[in-house]
Design a protein around this ligand. Structure first.
Ligand code: GLN
Length: 306
């Protein structure tokens, strides 16, 4: 296949998606996120040779929310190695990101590191007695190093807004604490978790930050090759919650979504892709973002399935 003309494909996707009126619904359970204009659309691609392409509002920061779970997972695996899997599973949940249903049946061990309960355990594991400020400093350092951009920061208003309204996450955390699967006080772990979710990035920055997951020779190597494969496997099977099967079917690439409307998608060995459109589908994943990467994957032929 000759090299696809990424710039032309992105322009085409942007003009269609900007005019699309069926944009999904912006998350409003975190009040600060409800203020975001659903008309935004942005997409950025970084290729294995370092070339960068962007379209739309690619220099406007958005709340990465659950996309942050990829970075904390990388940190936790670096810190604990396979011991992390004593506290969190590796199976898709088939349930909503904030569901509490499985936790009772499965004795407080969350299904995977990308549902909220699992991500809270991961954050608890890297917190391990440190002050949240220290852990968040380490996380920001990781993300800034991955992106090569020191300007990436946490939006305190978003963190505060979720702290005031995050009752489901408090329920999950207390339930896991009751099962002995949360080592720090729930307020402490959740304080760190809400702040990690409140990291803001542009699609340009997020696509750059995703380079370490490409397993390409000239890209930053922040975790081992084997670990990158495993993170990608989890993104493919669990990265979109109960929409993960559909995302794999439609896009064929590992991806991690967030309720801010962002998605990080990896074409192993080829590209790191970030897309942002704030309106969500019924599973809480960006509606137009999913459609956009589906189209990019089809036009480029990128797929892990051959
Ligand atoms: N901070 C959000 C929450 O815990 C993250 C969820 C998401 O992005 N899917 O509810």
């Amino acid at each position: 296949m000759t090299d696809p003309d990424i710039a032309a494909i992105l322009d085409e996707i942007d003009s269609d998606q900007s005019a699309n009126e069926d944009r999904g619904k912006v998350a409003d359970y975190i009040p600060e996120l409800a203020t975001v204009n659903p008309a935004h659309f942005a997409m950025s691609v970084v290729l294995a040779n370092g070339q960068q392409f962007s379209t739309g509002d690619a220099s406007l920061p958005f709340s990465i929310q659950s996309v942050s779970k990829v970075f904390t997972l990388a940190l936790a695996l670096g810190r604990l190695g396979d011991r992390l899997w004593d506290r969190v599973g590796r199976e898709p949940s088939g349930l909503a990101f904030n569901s509490i249903l499985q936790l009772e049946h499965e004795q407080g061990i969350p299904r995977n590191p990308f549902v909220n309960a699992g991500a809270i355990v991961v954050t608890d594991a890297i917190l391990a007695g440190h002050a949240p400020r220290e852990m968040l400093g380490e996380l920001l350092l990781f993300i800034r190093t991955a992106a090569g951009d020191d300007a990436i920061h946490i939006n305190e208003n978003v963190a505060r807004s979720e702290t005031e309204t995050g009752h489901r996450n408090f329920a999950l955390a207390h339930f896991m604490r009751a099962h002995g699967n949360l080592l720090n006080p729930p307020e402490l772990t959740l304080g760190a978790y809400f702040h990690q979710c409140a990291v803001e990035m542009t699609t340009e920055q997020l696509a750059l930050a995703g380079r370490f997951l490409m397993n390409a020779p000239d890209m930053p190597r922040l975790v081992s090759r084997e670990r990158v494969r495993r993170i990608n496997a989890l993104m493919m099977t669990c990265g979109h919650y109960d929409g993960s099967g559909d995302f794999a079917f439609r896009v064929g690439l590992p991806g991690k979504s967030g309720v801010g409307g962002g998605i990080l998608v990896i074409a192993p060995g080829r590209a790191s892709i970030a897309v942002w459109s704030p309106g969500l589908n019924a599973q809480g994943n960006s509606k137009l973002g999913t459609e956009a990467v589906e189209r990019l994957a089809r036009r480029t032929g990128w797929s892990v399935f051959g």
